[in-house]
Design a protein around this ligand. Sequence first.
Ligand code: DOR
Ligand code: ZN
Ligand code: ZN
Length: 430
Amino acid sequence: MSLIIYNAALLDAEGQLSNQDIVVENGIIQKIVPAGTLEVEASGTTENTVIDAKGMLVSPGFIDMHVHLREPGFEHKETIETGARSAAKGGFTTIACMPNTNPITDSPEVVELVKTKAKEADLVHVLPYAAITKGEKGEELTDFAALKQAGAIGFTDDGVGIQKAQMMKDAMALAKSLDMPVIAHCEDDSLVVGAPVNEGTFAKKHGLKGIPNESEAIHVGRDILLSEATGAHYHVCHVSTEQSVRLIRQAKSIGIRVTTEICPHHLLLSEEDIPGLDTNWKMNPPLRSKRDVEACIEALEDGTIDMIVTDHAPHSSEEKAKGMLKAPFGIVGLETAFPLLYTKFVKTGRWSLSFLISRMTSDPAKVFGLKAGRLEIGAPADITIVDLNKTKAVNPDEFATKGRNTPFGGWELTGWPVTTIVSGKIVWSE
Ligand code: DOR
Ligand code: ZN
Ligand code: ZN
């Protein structure tokens, strides 16, 4: 079985586009040659799938290291299959899923279940994270060695912060001994009591309690010191504040092993944009001030922030209808991430196309040691084809995810993925 992509617009190392033909065999990229120079050997046995990509960007498949797939336990919000299909539709070929399911992914059995379901779905690569603490209760460490053995790629209690410093220190020491990363949702609960939005202009206007920047940054600062003490690779989830990026920048400058990620919504929206008491704008961390947004954009640009992730967090419409105080935090993100960022940062001239692509492909691959994120001979054929001229409005009713919870409904965006290829197989096509 082979696949040939003709006339692919490929980004080279200098960020220039050139026209190439790509030959894939048995899921591996075998040849990349200037368009028009391919000599196809006549073969009676091989069956070729052929794609003419004329006028299309051909990118390494996107990688999202922070996704909620909800299975087991919350299949009404999403299943591994619907989440993987949503990823494929959004151009993602590898996703890493969070353990805040029911049961929590805190045992080898649940890791195995996630892997089995992902294999059955047979769409994109699904990499499971396991919990740091049993039940994500912050009281007792899970069996890291057994979870690693079962296939977990890192440890996180995403959804909640680890409240006790000693617990985090023990987790990092153990993770370090196994050469595994610790991924942290940073939130000090004592600073956040019953607050649905950022502590700032929107909260004030609507008489709501606010989530202060320090609730995130205090954990970031604490954990940087624990990473320094233990030598563990510490990865900060969905960074959102000026203070957090300041701490991470300084830690990186002195060689502490800290990495981080940011979501499209924290790059594009501030609390000032929230139209009213609409729970499609409620997520954790919340939309911050304009000043935080600009500090985060600059931090992504200077490499303080390593990668873009979506924190895809589907919820049912019934749950999201409970009002600003009671509705769960979270928005979906897989199917809008690339067009949002391409339209708002590349088309406007602030970023180069290659900058955006690297923050969504080779950069996360490098941080997490994945054999993915590059189109080169010998690499797995995980490929996303994008129509950079296609413009359409975001229509949540057309999403492959079960979630409809997005603040971006109706946004006119350009640059839509049209074909997604995983291990040489087309898993989604328009
Ligand atoms: O908005 C969020 N949703 N933030 C989190 O930390 C958890 C996530 C979820 O699981 O819904
Ligand atoms: Zn989180
Ligand atoms: Zn999350």
